[in-house]
Design a protein around this ligand. Sequence first.
Ligand code: UDP
Ligand code: MG
Length: 261
Amino acid sequence: MQNTKPKELLIIIPAYNEEQNILEVLKDLKAPEIMEIADVLVINDASSDATNRIVKNAGFTLISNIFNLGYGSAIQLGYKYAIRRKYKYVIQMDADGQHDICNIRKLYDRLRTPNREGKYPDIVLGSRFMDGSSEFEVSAAKQFAYMLFRFLIKLFTGRRIADPTTGLQGLSSRAVLYYSKYGRFDDRYPDANMIILMLLVGYRVEEMPAVMHNRVAGESMHSGLKPIIYMVRMVFSILAVVFRIKILQKKAGEKRDVIFY
Ligand code: UDP
Ligand code: MG
């Protein structure tokens, strides 16, 4: 469902077994105000349900993984596509209907708005927890994890980020290029660790209120007790990022890459 006029914005949507949700999302994306400004790419992360067929039938551009590689890898494939096709901006969103389409225009406008020094943001986080965000329910385990991530971001970067795990983000091509390179992006769980990395290496990260909904069908990759294991893993990943940038890089006196394994 792509218009022929070249667009500077690509919306990337990783999807894994989202047959119950994705059609609604795609229908919303067909709104003329979105189609006028953006191309859409769905990355089907080896779904075993009808996700692939639904996306194809709806006429959207689709890349399919042969194996389920996980959220991080799927989204990184979208970054690589965006670089290949020379898009200036990327907006990433979930296929489960959590990220309301009304956020697209706001993120896109924000990406193109310079700050007082005339600099443009590299990353705009769509936040669930700011004045102006919609109501969003989260479990106690997740609330605790968010609190911890906020604390670590503040501790290591001095920045207050209200929603450290939001999947709804707008990115400049500079940030997309950085993320698209081998080893610079946590291809399993890119989250607060990536926000800290990008702030430490000097990228401009901004946050704005967003409208989000709770997932209605299918299962979140963070369901049940997974948030606890996730939290522990994320803390280690954050410490590894900080160690590499603040200690190894400083010692080496040079710009070193952060390699995620
Ligand atoms: N996803 C994916 N591969 C996976 C797991 C999830 O591409 O192995 C997709 C999923 O379909 C969704 C997005 O990544 O569009 C985020 O996943 P989810 O909504 O489960 O995470 P949450 O929003 O609960 O953090
Ligand atoms: Mg989701």
